[in-house]
Design a protein around this ligand. Sequence first.
Ligand SMILES: [Zn+2]
Length: 219
Amino acid sequence: MRVRTKLHILSSSIFLIFARVNTKPMRHLSVLILLLATAVGTACSQNQAAANEAENLVASRTKDLTKTINYGHRPVAKRDIDVVVIHSTYYLGPDSFNIDGVLKQFKRYDVCSHYIVGRDGTIYKTVAENNVAYHAGVSTLPGTNRKNCNSFSIGIEVICSPSQGPTDEQYNSLVALVKDIKTRYTINYVVRHSDIAPGRKTDPWQFDWKGFNQRLKEE
Ligand SMILES: [Zn+2]
């Protein structure tokens, strides 16, 4: 909104200057500039609105558990992040989609992701983004020689199983969460665990990768 206001003031000033020149071509030029500024301003506002929408959805669905999780990650002074890794997980016990079971399992193996998306779309924030979380293991970013993806990525686990894929609410939360992360970092790669550890990992399971990527591109 602020960008559009500035552009309007700028273009209106130009319009007034050209109007005083009082020649037809100049007037045409100033009208053109005004229209262009309006179009750019509208596009900026739409991008901003989409970012706000994602931010609001994430904020309303997030439960911060970072203070209670003392495993599966380590603090680092500073790190560069340009990758998001999508996983899926479930608890190998009764009530397999329960967050407590998933966390109990993570603790046992000293692993964790930065976020876990529950079946109802709740976003559990488990590790602060600036910390290195142990979610990827032995891994290489496709098309590069960059290994150990944990050091430069944010990991998101979606609770589902090899036979039961994510729910609609999980997709909604995941799309908003990745869009929200993109407002904080320049993310060059959104990849699946199976992309960075082929032959070793098969998750995320039953996942509409094409549809998800399409939604990431939409405003
Ligand atoms: Zn995984």
